[in-house]
Design a protein around this ligand. Structure first.
Ligand code: PRP
Ligand code: URA
Length: 210
């Protein structure tokens, strides 16, 4: 299947993203914005969930209406920064399960190092949405999806807030079956692998570890 990259240009997402990028935005507001953007992105990323008809009774009589057809979801944040998106997506889909993948980038090599993973046991019957605010070189996303694929979920989507062109290229090459959702594709990576203009280090800004 061909990769599909969706850039979500909804005005509410773009407005919140501007505040998220500002260097004077403190940790509390940063966390709130990440969560709100995740909710709005999740609304768009689940647009293709299948519906089925059901018969109900309103105070006025019988009606045939629609509900989501049994497809089950799991969210998998990449630690640490992906954690900031979990509450926002669970606002929309509280019944989803949540797995975790722990990866950090080695600052010298920029290669991801895995330190933890725990996925839902029934992941084979679920569609997975991977969460991480930043797609920079793409190394973390590619490795996280490699790990998830070993458990054979039904399908995988990747949701980030800011992507670098380099990260999109790496992810779509390694996993052409994964749909990528982002709020912005920025100019480039700098010499130490940070997205420019980006927003800095997402994990540090969420958890105040700057
Ligand atoms: C950041 C970010 C991604 C990764 C992206 O995490 O949250 O996981 O970098 O970079 P890549 O596309 O080049 O792999 P980081 O490694 O800083 O860990 P942290 O979330 O624990 O701070
Ligand atoms: N990780 C971040 O948090 N920010 C970047 O710009 C790149 C990787």
């Amino acid at each position: 299947m061909e990769n599909q990259v969706f850039v979500m240009d909804h005005p509410l997402i773009q407005h919140k993203l501007t505040h998220l990028r500002k260097k004077e935005t403190g940790a509390k507001e940063f966390r709130e914005l990440v969560s709100e953007i995740a909710t709005l992105m999740c609304y768009e990323a689940t647009r293709d969930l299948p519906l089925e008809e059901t018969e109900i009774e309103t105070p006025m009589g019988k009606a045939v209406t629609k509900v989501i057809a049994g497809r089950k979801l799991a969210f998998v944040p990449i630690l640490r920064a992906g954690l900031g998106m979990v509450e926002g997506v669970l606002t929309l889909i509280p019944a989803a399960k949540v797995g975790h993948i722990g990866l950090y980038r080695d600052h010298q090599t920029l290669q991801p190092v895995e330190y933890y993973h725990k996925l839902p046991q029934d992941i084979e019957s679920r569609e997975v949405i991977v969460l991480d605010p930043m797609l920079a070189t793409g190394g973390s996303a590619v490795d996280a999806i490699d790990i998830i694929k070993r458990s054979h979920p039904k399908a995988i989507k990747f949701m980030c807030i800011i992507a670098a062109p380099e990260g999109i290229a790496a992810l779509t090459k390694a996993h052409p079956d994964v749909q990528v959702y982002c709020a912005a594709v920025d100019e480039r990576l700098n010499e130490i692998g940070y997205i420019v203009p980006g927003l800095g280090d997402a994990g540090d800004r969420i958890f105040g570890t700057l």
